[in-house]
Design a protein around this ligand. Sequence first.
Ligand code: ADP
Length: 162
Amino acid sequence: MPERIAVYPGSFDPPTYGHLDLIERATRMFDQLIVGVARNDEKSCLFTADERVEMLKLVTEGLPGVEVTSFEGLTADFARTRRAVALVRGLRVISDFEFELTMAITNEKLNPEIDTVCLMPSERYLLLSSRLVREVARFGGDVSLFVPPEVEALLRVKLGRE
Ligand code: ADP
């Protein structure tokens, strides 16, 4: 049986416990999981793509079969070059569905060999997003329930709260 490789693309600005929950689930389903930080909208992000890659590497250390890298351009092309059979995405609430369905159908057209697999997180991460973390951190709130300690520390530095 060939290795089953999946790509988990996203902004991860910053990585949260919700992303980690999905990464852990996906590692049980695939031989290799490539977490791909999209470089496309770098300017609108709080962290640079390199910083997001470093944070993801830190928090996934020790998880077998996980590789973290960044990519530019279409996710469908990146997945093709990495010989992936699936794209992993997350579904939290109904409002995610329309966006994820549109992306899945588009990626299907761009690369019919790849299936999109949507995973649901644990209930405690259902309302968690990177955007929420950025907002709470910006105003000095406690984000320890939302992100690993390494990310929390880097958020403090980035927001000048250190
Ligand atoms: P993007 O900008 O591509 O949406 P994100 O980093 O915000 O990048 O999210 C990447 C993927 O992870 C998306 O499919 C998103 O729905 C999913 N995701 C983000 N946070 C959570 C969470 N708390 N639980 C489950 N899935 C999540």
